[in-house]
Design a protein around this ligand. Structure first.
Ligand code: SF4
Length: 180
């Protein structure tokens, strides 16, 4: 029987999936990574709930009640939790709405917006409740590591993951980090 694989889960909260796309930019190096790693909940697997994992990668800020639920599920199940990208770390692009009142944002988009033909703010109970503003993930749960960038490069992902998988502290080269 081979060595048990590390389990990694990933999710995108209020994000654009650009950080996930950058992860895939590892290209052929993904094959080497997948010899050591098995994916749990992730857009790559379509598994809907996070089970016990070694590492959780969180893309995106926290904009609604569902994001809070998912983030808490990751924190409860992942030994190491990483905030990936500007949106997870400081709210990023989605947090631009924090400059405006939430009700004003909804009215601008659904009632007064250009090309609105049936003005109505959606109120289906199935829709997750919007929070008053978009929060960095570290304001909701404890975060172990932060990987900045919009998005972080594939090299930066590797420089984070390889030491973590070897049980070491990551030391990402400053040339691989950028603060967009
Ligand atoms: Fe998209 Fe950039 Fe936010 Fe990542 S950090 S989710 S690439 S906007």
């Amino acid at each position: 029987m081979g060595k048990p694989k590390f389990k990694i889960a990933t999710t995108s909260l209020a994000g654009c999936f650009g950080c996930h796309m950058s992860f895939l930019d590892m290209d052929e190096r993904l094959a080497g990574l997948l010899e050591q790693v098995e994916l749990d909940r992730s857009p790559f697997t379509d598994i809907k709930h996070c089970g016990p994992c070694d590492i959780g990668l969180i893309e995106g800020g926290v904009c609604n009640a569902e994001n809070v639920h998912v983030l808490r599920e990751f924190r409860a199940n992942c030994k190491i939790l990483v905030a990936v990208g500007a949106c997870a770390i400081n709210g990023g692009v989605p947090a631009m709405r924090n400059y405006f009142d939430l009700q004003d944002c909804l009215e601008e988009v659904y009632l007064r917006g250009t090309n609105v033909t049936h003005p109505r703010i959606p109120d289906d109970p199935e829709l997750p409740l919007l929070l008053d503003k978009v929060y960095p993930v570290s304001e909701i749960v404890a975060i172990d590591y932060f990987l900045p960038g919009c998005p972080p490069s594939a090299d930066a992902f590797l420089q984070l993951l390889q030491p973590l998988l070897a049980g070491q502290q990551p030391d990402i080269a400053s040339t691989r980090l950028h603060y967009d």
